[in-house]
Design a binder for this molecule. Structure first.
Ligand code: GLP
Length: 244
């Protein structure tokens, strides 16, 4: 089931999205949260930090699993997703560092690292809430358009369109990693609830395709039509194609 929540701005959507995450954590203090990077969750993370600081929310029992990481970037690299998570959330709340999980971009044996990460994800036995952004080409996590839906964590080669989109965060396009480790579509879909964040006109066409088009691995986010419960938090700009 898909519920769409439309907001004037991404900021307002982020505040409401944080309220949804906070509800899950208050209801289930040892919740397993699947977390995402990119610009889409930034306002939500800022609001979660505010709620923690005002004393109305604790992450002390929460476990987190992040969707993905670039191959080749150390956690100290300022564009690694490990760095992103520490900088934008973990370092500012009371989550225990040992309860936070990301795939390692530096693993010498990516297949072994994917197996390790699958074991971490399945050891929790549940995924209470999965936060997602959506790539311009419909990717979720780093699951790029493909001929099939992936099940577990895998090594993916990034498409030219994703490398172009992410080049803005690096000094040059040549510095953007060309591969990543990502949780699979099967793992994402196992979540009790999914929170999809989509902001800006660049997401408008793909958001409509994902939510109303055919379910196909060429648009990985389209599989969300088969998820248990998806809450889409979008701003007006991202909703403009849906509204027609
Ligand atoms: C990145 C990430 C995704 C993210 C997407 C959209 O490549 N791997 O997890 O959802 O692109 O990014 P943004 O939120 O900056 O638009």
């Amino acid at each position: 089931m898909i519920s769409i929540h439309e907001f004037k701005t991404a900021k307002e959507a982020g505040v409401s999205a944080a309220a949804l995450v906070a509800d899950v954590v208050r209801h289930t203090p040892d919740a397993v949260l699947g977390l995402a990077t990119g610009s889409s969750p930034l306002d939500m993370y800022a609001e979660l930090i505010r709620l923690y600081r005002e004393g109305s929310l604790s992450f002390a029992g929460v476990r987190t699993v992040n969707l993905d990481e670039y191959v080749g970037l150390a956690p100290t690299h300022d564009q690694s997703y490990a760095y992103f998570m520490h900088h934008n959330l973990f370092d500012h709340i009371d989550v225990h560092p040992e309860n936070t999980n990301l795939p390692s971009g530096l693993a010498a044996d990516p297949a072994a690292e994917c197996a390790r990460y699958d074991a971490v994800v399945s050891s929790f036995g549940r995924l209470d809430l999965q936060v997602l952004g959506i790539g311009n080409n419909g990717h979720i996590g780093f699951n790029e358009p493909s001929d099939s839906f992936s099940k577990g964590t895998g090594l993916v080669h990034l498409t030219a369109s994703t490398i172009d989109a992410n080049a803005r965060f690096f000094a040059s396009r040549a510095e953007v990693p060309t591969a990543a480790l990502t949780m699979g579509i099967g793992q994402i879909l196992s979540a009790e609830r999914i929170l999809l964040l989509a902001f800006g006109e660049k997401k408008a066409a793909i958001l409509k395709e994902a939510l109303y088009g055919p379910v196909t691995p060429q648009v990985p986010a389209s599989i969300l039509q088969f998820a248990r419960q998806v809450d889409v938090f979008a701003d007006e700009a991202a909703m403009q194609v849906i509204h027609g």
